[in-house]
Design a binder for this molecule. Structure first.
Ligand code: ARG
Length: 455
């Protein structure tokens, strides 16, 4: 491609470190789309003739076909996807292929290709997040009344419902989708036409190419256009946060499927056995999703370090933007699909959850609240009386609701028998009617809101 200035071939090692076709072939579709838009614009602006454009478009169509049927010859000697396409175009249509690169550089070419790829990845991820949310909302709706313990410090805290717990993740994944949408909005400017770094002396129409490729507008500074990858970094940070959320749900699935908890069951479809211990059914998918956040965060770190301290404009360092980004989105795509599958698959064990919901004096706060409401006790005092009641129950080896009334009255005279109505886990959960609370009606309201939004 640059034979004019060179008289010798690159060293083998130079080629080995320089070649990127092994991974940037994943930009093939984007590269072709960019070239087609560029060629059409050059013709419209009178930079190339209609005949030249027709030949170029036809050649690019042939290449598209070759890519689709797997016959396109990807060759290391042509270094990257851009030169592989151009070299093949020349083989197909002759020297007129050389006109395609008028008013263009690989620097703006790769910037547009990569942006298009990351944009598509964000769109796919948003769709996947919505599918996962739909699976969670469906499980939550079916379990709006299924009691389970709510935890803090992984210690029983207050009774909630399984539906309420699942809806917490619907909120998290909703924010994740919002972050991908925000990133997409900001990245949707077209760098094509920035050329090598300074723009072009040809009368190009950057608005036209931006529009043809689905961008909102062209980028406004040619140096910035070819030299930043913040759009990929934003997408990778959104991916990392999403991975953090996925890892938390994974961890809970791992905990819930232990015999000790036994809150849910996964079918054979989402578990694996052990080669030595015949009794085992392990939640490997959850464990792997939990671990994948390492790749996501690793990719974000890699690219952040690649970009840090790079002078404007393009440097070859930036070729290292693709592998981490591809790897991250591959990992995220698989994780989101597997998580949606697992959520769909999991079956709660309501008896286990309900038993646990009542254990650990989980309705102690309800007793304190009853004292405040019915005896006009300041909450701090009510907290103290309840603490003493818990201590007494612990000594007697019973639950709060099993403490005889005389025991309760010994702690506070005014306590009457109707206190027992608030001491069941079901009454406790049902009483939490504040907006966004654990009461089944609140959960159903959130389910309805999300169902509407996920339509
Ligand atoms: N393969 C290169 C990359 O991914 C394309 C841009 C090369 N530009 C250059 N001036 N060497 O970054």
């Amino acid at each position: 491609m640059w034979g004019g200035r060179f008289s010798a071939k690159p060293a083998e090692l130079m080629q080995a470190i320089n070649v990127s076709i092994g991974f940037d072939r994943r930009l093939a579709a984007q590269d072709l789309a960019g070239s087609r838009a560029h060629a059409a614009m050059l013709r419209k602006q009178g930079v190339i003739t209609s005949a030249d454009e027709a030949a170029i478009q036809q050649g690019l169509a042939t290449i598209e076909g070759e890519m689709a049927d797997g016959s396109f010859p990807f060759r290391d000697e042509f270094e990257d996807i851009h030169m592989n396409v151009e070299a093949r175009l020349r083989e197909l249509i002759g020297p007129v292929a050389g006109r395609l690169h008028t008013a263009r550089s690989r620097n703006d070419q790769v910037a547009v290709d990569f942006r298009l790829w990351v944009r598509d990845a964000c769109d796919r991820t948003i769709e996947q997040l919505r599918s996962l949310q739909r699976a969670l909302v469906a499980k939550a709706e079916a379990n709006a009344d299924t009691l389970m313990p709510g935890f803090t410090h992984l210690q029983p805290a207050q009774p909630v419902t399984f539906g309420h717990h699942l809806m917490a993740y619907v909120e998290m994944f909703g924010r994740d989708a919002g972050r991908f949408a925000d990133a997409r909005k900001r990245m949707n400017e077209c760098p094509l036409g920035a050329a090598a770094l300074a723009g072009s002396p040809f009368p190009i129409d950057r608005e036209a190419t931006a529009r043809a490729l689905g961008f909102d507008r062209p980028t406004a500074n040619s140096l910035d256009s070819v030299s930043d990858r913040d759009f990929a970094l934003e997408a990778l940070s959104a991916a990392t946060l999403c991975g953090v959320h996925l890892s938390r749900l994974s961890e809970e699935i791992v905990i819930w499927t232990t015999p000790q908890f036994g809150f849910i069951r996964l079918s054979d479809a989402f578990t694996t056995g052990s080669s030595i211990m015949p009794q085992k059914k392990n939640p490997d998918a959850a464990e792997l999703i939990r671990a994948k956040v390492g790749r996501l965060m690793g990719s974000l770190t890699q690219l952040t370090i690649v970009m840090k301290g790079l002078p404007l404009a393009y440097s070859k360092d930036m070729q290292e933007d693709k592998v981490p980004t591809f790897e991250a989105f591959d990992a995220l795509e698989l994780s989101l699909a597997a998580m949606a599958g697992m959520v769909d698959d999991l079956e709660p064990v309501p008896a286990k959850m309900a038993a646990a919901a009542g254990a650990g004096f989980s309705t102690a706060t309800d007793l304190a609240d009853w004292l405040v409401r019915n005896l006009d006790m300041p909450f701090r005092d009510a907290h103290h009386v309840t603490g003493a009641a818990v201590k007494r129950a612990e000594t007697l080896g019973c639950d709060l609701s099993e403490l005889p009334l005389s025991e309760l009255q010994a702690l506070s005279q005014g306590i009457t028998a109707d206190v027992y109505e608030v001491l069941t886990p079901r009454a406790s959960a049902a009483s939490r009617k504040s907006y966004g609370g654990a009461a089944p009606d609140q959960v159903r309201a959130q389910v309805a809101r999300w169902k509407e939004m996920l339509k």
